[in-house]
Design a protein. Structure first.
Length: 170
């Protein structure tokens, strides 16, 4: 009887030991390190609104193939580039709006359906809008009264640029 109890405890111990794993870091040379480290922080270089658009569009069209770009938003530096851009899409089929942040976390977030007019792809890039305004700040692109317009807000100063030709409005 003791023999069976000992055998049962031994088997249980082996099963439990098999379920336990110890994290091991493998270094660049293939050896093991002394312990776990945090994953390296991903460093993103600033990029223009048009440079991030293909990835955002691909992610969105995988969900809704009728989605159209209706607005773009980012905090522009002096060169018109940003660390992150938010691309807003509308899908008539789903009757929903969506936002994709690039580089972001790869998540597509619901937003209110804007019934927005599609921006298309015949608009100047964020670099040209900031250059035309002569200032950096919050940059947004959307259709206003049938025209694609970049708006650059720096403090209390607002500059609007016709996104089809780069001319400052007003």
């Amino acid at each position: 009887m003791r023999y069976l109890l000992f055998l049962a405890l031994l088997c249980a111990g082996m099963i439990i030991a098999g379920c336990i794993s110890i994290p091991v870091e493998i270094n660049a040379t293939g050896g093991t390190g002394g312990g776990m480290q945090e994953p390296p922080e991903v460093i993103v270089n600033p990029f223009t609104a048009k440079e991030g658009l293909p990835n955002a569009t691909t992610a969105m069209l995988a969900l809704w193939n009728d989605a159209v770009l209706v607005s773009v938003y980012g905090n522009c530096e002096n060169d018109g580039k940003a660390m992150e851009w938010q691309y807003s899409f509308d899908s008539l089929a789903s009757k929903k709006g969506y936002t994709v942040a690039m580089p972001g976390d790869g998540m597509i977030r619901d937003k209110p359906f804007s019934f927005g007019v599609a921006l298309g792809n015949q608009w100047i890039d964020s670099t040209d809008a900031v250059r035309a305004c002569g200032k950096s700040g919050e940059c947004s692109l959307e259709i206003r009264e049938g025209t694609a317009v970049w708006t650059v807000v720096s403090g209390n100063d607002v500059c609007e640029v016709d996104a089809s030709n780069g001319e400052v409005l007003g």
